[in-house]
Ligand binder design. Structure first.
Ligand SMILES: Cc1cc2nc3c(=O)[nH]c(=O)nc-3n(C[C@H](O)[C@H](O)[C@H](O)COP(=O)(O)OP(=O)(O)OC[C@H]3O[C@@H](n4cnc5c(N)ncnc54)[C@H](O)[C@@H]3O)c2cc1C
Length: 447
C-alpha cells in the first residue's frame, strides 16, 4: 500500500465499484473492504433493480417513490435517479449483467409492493449477486485500482473541514495513514448494530460514527426500514429475506388460523406494522407466508434460492406455509450529501446505503436502492474529476503534501487521533454502536 492515492474508496459493494469504474484510468485508486470482498449487502439483493422502462412511466415511477417515502423525499434526487436509470442499466448489461428476458427476447419486468406497474429487472432471485460479481470483476481488471480486503477504515484525517485521507488497519493488523485527494465512503448499511437484521453483521455504520466524531452532517438516522418478511428461525443469525416480489407475484400472508389479515402489497413500513400487530394479537413469534397461491409459474424456477433456503430449513413452500417475521433491513438516513454525493466536508464524498441523498424519504420503495447507489456513485466519481467545470487534478499539488512524510506519532498530533485506541477495535466498535444508537434515540425523541 502506498502513502497516498488520488482517490480512496472505502467499500466494494455496488456503490464503491461503480464509482471506481467511472474514474479516469490515469487516477490511482485505493479500494478497501472490511472483510472478504464478497461480504457486502450488494450480493444479497434478491428482488431486482428499478428502471424507467418507458418515458410514459416517469410520472408513476416518481409518484410511487414519493408516496412510499411519505413525500419526504428530495424531489431533485428522485428525478435524477429516474432519469439516469436507463443509462445505468445499459452500462450494467455492457459489463455482462444478464437480466431475465421474455420468450421473445425482450427484458422481463417484474413488480414489487407499492409499485403501480411492472418496472423491475431481475436475475432469478439473486439480482444483487449477478450485478455485483460483474462489477467487481470489472474493477479487478482496472490497472489503476488497488484492492485490499480485510482492511478496515478506523478514522478520517480531517483538518479545518477538509478531509485529507483515512486511518486504516491493514491485513496484517498494522495501523496506517493513507492520504488522498478525494475520499469516498461507500460502507453500506447499519444492520450489524441490530439483533435481527437481513444485513451482514460486519456492516456497522462505521462511516456514520466517524462523521459524528468529525462533525460531518448526518440526516435522519432514525429512518430505518424494517422488512416485513424475513424467514423466521430460532437461531441467532443473519435473517434470510423472503423477497417482496414473492408477494408481488401473488403470495399471501395468513394468521395462526390460516386467515388472510392484510393487503400484502402495502408499503414496507405499513405492512411490517400490520404483521407485528397480528403477531401480538395471536401471541406468535411469526406469521405465515403462503406461496401456494402463486399459480402462474413454478416458484421453484422463479424463486429457486428462496425455495431452496426453505427446503434447507425443513419447509416445502410448494406445499407448506413459510414462517416470516419483520427484521431491520435498510437504512434511509445517513451522511448528508448533495446531488454530486458530496458531504458537508471538503473532499469527502459518500454514496450507497451509508449516505442520505433524499431519494427514499422516510421509507424506501422496493428495488430503488441498487439503482440509487449506482446513479449517485457515478455522480460522485464524475464530480471528483470535474469540479465547477475545472479538471480537479490539473495544475495542483496535493494539499496534504506537507504531511506525507511525517511519522505516525506526528500525524496523530496533527489530526488528533490516538493510535492505541484505534487499534482496540472491540472497544471502538462498542463505542461507535452506542454513538449511532444515541443519535437514533435523539432523533426519535425530537420528532
Ligand atoms: C437481503 C437483502 C436484500 C436486498 N434486496 C434488494 C433488492 O432486491 N433491490 C434493491 O435495490 N436493493 C436491495 N437491497 C439493498 C441493497 O442491496 C443495498 O442497499 C445496496 O447493495 C448497498 O450497496 P452499498 O455499496 O452501499 O453497500 P454494500 O454492498 O453493503 O457494501 C459495503 C462495503 O463497505 C465495506 N465496509 C464497511 N465498513 C467498512 C470499514 N470500516 N472499512 C472498510 N470497508 C468497510 C464493506 O466491506 C463492503 O465492501 C437488499 C439488501 C439486503 C440486505
Amino acid at each position: 500500500m502506498k502513502k497516498s492515492y488520488d482517490v480512496i474508496i472505502v467499500g466494494a459493494g455496488v456503490a464503491g465499484c461503480f464509482a471506481a469504474l467511472h474514474l479516469p484510468p490515469d487516477r490511482q485508486v485505493l479500494m478497501i473492504t472490511k472483510e472478504d470482498i464478497t461480504e457486502c449487502d450488494s450480493y444479497l439483493a434478491q428482488g431486482g433493480i428499478c428502471v424507467l422502462k418507458d418515458p410514459s412511466d416517469y410520472d408513476a415511477f416518481f409518484e410511487d417513490t414519493m408516496k412510499a417515502g411519505h413525500y419526504e423525499n428530495r424531489k431533485e434526487s428522485v428525478d435524477c435517479m429516474i432519469r439516469s436509470s436507463k443509462g445505468v442499466i445499459e452500462e450494467l448489461m455492457g459489463y455482462g449483467v444478464d437480466f431475465a428476458r421474455n420468450p421473445d427476447g425482450t427484458l422481463e419486468f417484474t413488480r414489487e409492493a407499492a409499485h403501480s406497474t411492472n418496472r423491475i429487472l431481475h436475475h432469478e432471485d439473486i439480482t444483487g449477486e449477478e450485478i455485483t460479481t460483474h462489477l467487481q470483476a470489472a474493477v479487478k481488471k482496472l490497472p489503476n485500482v488497488e484492492i485490499h480486503e480485510h482492511t478496515r477504515m478506523v478514522d478520517l484525517l480531517t483538518e479545518k473541514n477538509r478531509c485529507d485521507g483515512i486511518v486504516l488497519i491493514d491485513e496484517d493488523g498494522k495501523l496506517q495513514v493513507v492520504f488522498a485527494s478525494h475520499i469516498l465512503l461507500a460502507t453500506g448499511g447499519i444492520g450489524g448494530i441490530y439483533e435481527n437484521s437481513t444485513n451482514y453483521p460486519s456492516l456497522t455504520g462505521d462511516s456514520l460514527a466517524l462523521c459524528l466524531k468529525h462533525d460531518i452532517k448526518l440526516e435522519h438516522l432514525n429512518y430505518v426500514q424494517i422488512h416485513p418478511t424475513t424467514f423466521y428461525s430460532e437461531k441467532k443469525e443473519r435473517r434470510f429475506l423472503v423477497s417482496e416480489s414473492v408477494r408481488g407475484e401473488g403470495a399471501v400472508l395468513r394468521d395462526k388460523n390460516g386467515e388472510r389479515f392484510t393487503d400484502e402489497l402495502l408499503p414496507r413500513d405499513l405492512l411490517s406494522a400490520e404483521i407485528l400487530k397480528q403477531m401480538a394479537k395471536d401471541h406468535t413469534k411469526y406469521v405465515h407466508l403462503d406461496m401456494t397461491t402463486i399459480t402462474k409459474f413454478d416458484i421453484r424456477k422463479r424463486f429457486p434460492h428462496i425455495v431452496q433456503h426453505c427446503l434447507d430449513c425443513g419447509i416445502d413452500p410448494t406445499k407448506e406455509y413459510v414462517p416470516v417475521v419483520p427484521a431491520q433491513h435498510y437504512f434511509m438516513g445517513g451522511i448528508h450529501v448533495d446531488l454530486n454525493s458530496h458531504t458537508s466536508m471538503d473532499h469527502l464524498y459518500a454514496s450507497g446505503e451509508t449516505c442520505c441523498n433524499g431519494v427514499h424519504g422516510k421509507n424506501r420503495l422496493a428495488s430503488n436502492s441498487l439503482l440509487e447507489s449506482l446513479v449517485f456513485a457515478k455522480n460522485a466519481a464524475e464530480h471528483m474529476v470535474v469540479i465547477d467545470g475545472q479538471r480537479a487534478w490539473e495544475g495542483r499539488s496535493p494539499r496534504y503534501l506537507k504531511n506525507i512524510d511525517k511519522s505516525l506519532g506526528e500525524l496523530s498530533q496533527i489530526y488528533g487521533f490516538d493510535p492505541e485506541q484505534l487499534l482496540d477495535t472491540k472497544d471502538s466498535d462498542e463505542e461507535n454502536k452506542q454513538m449511532i444508537w444515541d443519535e437514533i434515540d435523539r432523533e426519535n425523541s425530537s420528532n
